[in-house]
Design a protein around this ligand. Structure first.
Ligand code: NAP
Length: 267
């Protein structure tokens, strides 16, 4: 029997890793993509041993043309994927005009251009097979922006719009599209140089989710035909609702902006 095959970007850590573990447990074969080959190999060994699935490790820098086209080619040559999860991403801190241009370009390349290229590579075979899941890890930041989050929010808003367009185009094809829009999640995201002075205590405990919770909620939502733009966590959903409510929404957005401008690096 041919097992389902999922390709996951950003699989070496955080949300991507949680997808990999969850899908391996469900019996999917996997293709794991990220830059850190050693972490991917270690993960792959564990999954093969524990779940008897096949795992291919594909080290690639998806912010660059070489990595993007290599993964694209693998997707095109593979037997039809049953699932594509694009979770690779990173955050920046500081004002747009103070961030190195290369970093800004890398963010757009990794979050958006890689999503475009990999989705475009995966869809034709999925369409032919009449099934397939396209999961894009976006962010709550795709619904609003504030000082210090300019490009991050913009890159995630792009993904939300991309998901909506694809969903409209693929209606009736058997393919399912989901943009997962998490709030704050304890992952490697805050373990970079830029977040060196960040402390999790800065934000109340109840605002944080674990990567496994995000993935479990998102997969459950996908399976029950939940919203295309899925926000994991009840509190996060309430926040987004409030943000869109007349009056309160404006006050919330202004408050966030003020806080972020004053405090700098809110998260
Ligand atoms: N954590 C949060 O609070 C939060 C909230 C909302 C949305 N998100 C989104 O969730 C997604 C996953 O982030 P995370 O929180 O799980 O953070 P994470 O633990 O830091 O994971 C990020 C993943 O992206 C990979 N990656 C980074 N740059 C890459 C590149 N140039 N090429 C290929 N892979 C690259 C990393 O692997 P390598 O370093 O090995 O390449 C890692 O596997 C991101 O899109 C992020 O924007 C996170």
């Amino acid at each position: 029997m041919i097992r389902a095959l999922a390709l996951i970007t950003g699989a070496s850590s955080g949300i991507g890793e949680a997808y990999a573990r969850r899908l391996a447990r469900q019996g999917h074969d996997l293709i794991l993509v990220a830059r850190r080959e050693d972490r991917l190999q270690e993960l792959a060994r564990g999954m093969v041993k524990q779940h008897g699935v096949e795992v291919e490790v594909l080290p690639a820098d998806l912010a660059g043309e070489e990595g993007m086209s290599m993964v694209e080619a693998v997707i095109e040559q593979e037997r039809a994927l049953s699932m594509l999860v694009h979770a690779a991403g990173f955050g920046t801190r500081g004002h747009f005009a103070d961030i190195q241009p290369k970093k800004l370009q890398d963010m757009v390349s990794l979050h958006d251009l890689a999503a475009v290229r990999l989705l475009r590579a995966a869809i034709p075979a999925m369409r032919e097979a009449g099934r397939g899941d396209l999961v894009i890890i976006s962010s709550m930041a795709g619904f609003f922006t504030m000082a210090e989050y300019t490009l991050y929010s913009a890159s995630k808003a792009f993904l939300n719009m991309l998901a909506q367009g694809l969903d409209a185009e693929l209606a009736g094809s058997g393919l399912r599209v989901q943009a997962v829009c998490p709030g704050l999640v304890r992952t490697g995201f805050m373990e970079t140089e830029e977040y060196a002075d960040f402390s999790y205590d800065r934000v109340p405990d109840l605002a944080w989710m674990e990567a496994e919770e995000v993935v479990d909620e998102a997969l459950a939502a996908l399976n029950r035909g939940g919203p295309l733009l899925f926000v994991p966590g009840r509190l996060n959903r309430a926040f987004i609702q409030a943000l869109n409510a007349p009056g309160i929404g404006w006050a919330l957005r202004s408050g966030l902006n003020l806080l972020s401008r004053k405090a700098g690096n809110l998260f």
